[in-house]
Design a protein around this ligand. Sequence first.
Ligand SMILES: CC(C)(COP(=O)(O)OP(=O)(O)OC[C@H]1O[C@@H](n2cnc3c(N)ncnc32)[C@H](O)[C@@H]1OP(=O)(O)O)[C@@H](O)C(=O)NCCC(=O)NCCS
Length: 252
Amino acid sequence: MTVATRAMTPSTTGTHPELLEPTALTGLLDVPALAGGAGGPDVRIWTLDTATVPSAELDEARAWFDAEEQEQASAYVRAELRHAYEVAHAAARRVLGAVTGQDPEAVTWGRHDCPGCGEPHGRPRVEGADVEFSLAHTPGLVLVAVADHPVGVDVERHPDPAELTGLLGVLHPDEVSEVEQASDPADAVRRFTRAWTRTEAYLKGVGIGLGRDPQTDYLGTAAIPEREIDGWLVRDVRAPEGFGAAVATRPR
Ligand SMILES: CC(C)(COP(=O)(O)OP(=O)(O)OC[C@H]1O[C@@H](n2cnc3c(N)ncnc32)[C@H](O)[C@@H]1OP(=O)(O)O)[C@@H](O)C(=O)NCCC(=O)NCCS
């Protein structure tokens, strides 16, 4: 992949709110409403608090999973990671099923080719449907983003301030400086999470993920409404206290 190193520049359109507002799902079995413009004019985003999902609903939703999902779920050693994975895949099947007019169990996952090596492990896709999506999961919160153009989404729990120094190595050097100059530990954690979720959302949108060194691109740590990088628009998404989230879209 030959994406040039470049600084992320604040967009001058100024037409977007500071944080994109996702739609909260209330469970796995209700069909989500598709109208209403959640997210922004070009992307719809749903969130789900994993702690609120009744275990009976998840038991029912597991029947939708294909063999690969069953295998991936059982490969998780930590129960909270497995739970977040399962909730994410059930929510994604429910949302993508509604978007494409299929039952959740009928949704067939595929992968775009990786832009780094050409192998089929890039962005996830729905076979037979002209829709793009991205999902992210961490214990506590799941995000599903749907667009008619390439999209990447990420969510992370705020790290413990005591562990921040050890994590900074994943950021661009200028982002590291910004985090180090934060006004207090809470500000430092918010800045780190902004830069990291923006970077992951961008690299998931591109489809290479962490196959590209996340230190390469400057996505910034300040709270500004939207940023552009190499044809991508990167925006922060409203998340519950203790989490950060971002979405990257590349209008066709
Ligand atoms: C994609 C990636 C950043 C996800 O990071 P993460 O924080 O562990 O997980 P997230 O919850 O944010 O996202 C997980 C989802 O990303 C999606 N995803 C996986 N690979 C992806 C890719 N290349 N592009 C876009 N999305 C991808 C999947 O839907 C995945 O969901 P699943 O775990 O339920 O299958 C990371 O797994 C990665 O970089 N993988 C590729 C690494 C690599 O070196 N590839 C080789 C390049 S040649």
